[in-house]
Design a protein around this ligand. Structure first.
Ligand code: NAD
Ligand code: UFG
Length: 332
């Protein structure tokens, strides 16, 4: 199929591009490079051995979008483009509503005009908010506690209304848990601009000596060792989940929200331990107060993805740490 990946040079989009191209799909990438670099494209081409079509464009540019969709006879869109910092979304909410919500409306309007109605959306486990029970299943109440999460929920609601108004649309909102790791080649991975917010890229920079120590945000949570627990998922598992979702949208109109997680939670200390083994180095750490807005623990019920998509995560914490470190070493 001819598939447009918005945000396809970013962390999750680039890994998905590899799997799609390797399965024979025609991948077209659109990205405004606000959080990625052009060199990712060359690395994608070297991993896949294929030339990929790329457009430096913004999802808020309606006319450009329509031309890209029609020139490439796009049949389905995977929508990764978005801003994702919880902290920044609190400081600059309008930027987040504009990019994530208005940008998505613009994209689906362009799709509607070009009569394309297969859509896979990058949602997030953040849409659930404070756990009322765990694991979160897809029917858990949706009460995000930060602006970033609200933008994801608003888009899900817009997509649901769209499907109600026109049942020929086929939409899957994939609610990702905590993606980590990198492609086995070490050519693509997660490379945040500035000081990382997330645990795994921060640990990598401590291991390589770029940062002096890891801050552990709280060791007094009601979790197995006092540190926060999350459902870390290998980005290649996530990428394969998108291919499964593509097969699904081809046959199932309607709106479907599906968790992509492993169903297992690991603590900050678990991740540090696995990383130290994988990288054969000690991670200097300092316990700090809790980070505001953090939840103690959450993880996915992953049964819906297994039942509907026939997909299940298969890579373990060691593989996540090894591949993440391998990418970081090659890059630095
Ligand atoms: P990323 O920042 O690495 O990739 C997003 C890409 O979108 C970047 O290349 C950026 O340049 C591009 N982009 C942003 N706004 C754009 C716009 N207006 N027009 C065109 N391109 C634009 O992020 P990621 O980790 O790959 O995340 C992909 C998607 O998954 C995002 O929507 C994010 O909110 C969602 N998500 C990510 C996580 C995570 O922890 N990484 C978790 C849950 C959901
Ligand atoms: N943590 C530290 N030190 C750090 C960074 C994180 O101790 O330097 C801890 C956090 O307190 C938390 C855990 O490591 O307990 C994971 O934190 P991350 O920042 O890696 O991830 P979050 O769970 O906070 O959030 C991530 C993304 C969100 C996304 C969410 C989806 O940042 O955008 O996963 O589940 F919505």
């Amino acid at each position: 199929m001819n598939i447009l990946l918005t945000g396809g040079l970013g962390f999750i989009g680039s890994h998905t591009a590899v799997v799609l191209a390797q399965q024979g799909h025609q991948v077209v990438i659109l990205d405004n490079l606000c959080n990625s670099q052009m060199e990712v494209l060359a690395n994608l081409e070297s991993i896949t051995g294929k030339k990929l079509r790329f457009y430096e464009a913004d999802i808020r540019e309606g006319l450009a979008l329509r031309k890209i969709l029609s020139d490439n006879q796009i049949e389905a869109v995977m929508h990764f483009a978005g801003l994702k910092s919880v902290a920044e979304s609190a400081q600059d909410p309008l930027k987040y509503y504009d990019n994530n919500v208005c940008g998505t409306i613009n994209l689906i309007e362009a799709m509607q005009a070009e009569k394309i109605n297969k859509f896979i959306f990058s949602s997030s486990a953040t849409v659930y908010g404070v756990p009322q029970y765990l694991p979160y299943d897809e029917d858990h109440p949706l009460e995000p506690i930060n602006t970033y999460g609200k933008t994801k929920l608003q888009v899900e609601e817009i997509l649901q209304d769209l499907v109600k108004s026109d049942p020929s649309w086929s939409v899957v909102a994939l609610r990702y848990f905590n993606p980590v790791g990198a492609h086995e080649s070490g050519l693509i991975g997660e490379s945040p601009k500035g000081v990382p917010n997330n645990l795994m890229p921060y640990i990598c920079q401590v291991a390589s000596g770029k940062l002096p120590h890891l801050n552990i945000f709280g060791d007094d949570y009601e979790t197995k060792d006092g540190t926060g627990e999350r459902d870390y998922i290998h980005v290649m598992d996530l990428a394969e989940g998108h291919v499964a979702a593509l097969n699904f949208v081809n046959q199932h109109p309607g709106f479907h929200a599906i968790n992509l997680g492993t169903g297992v939670s690991y603590s900050v200390y678990d991740l540090i331990g696995a990383f130290e083994q994988a990288a054969n180095s000690m991670i200097v750490r300092k316990v700090q107060p809790r980070r505001s807005g953090d939840l103690a623990i959450y993880y996915a019920k992953a049964d819906k993805a297994k039942n509907l998509l026939g997909w299940q995560a298969k890579r373990d914490l060691q593989v996540m740490c090894k591949s993440g470190w391998n990418f970081h070493k090659q890059k630095s």
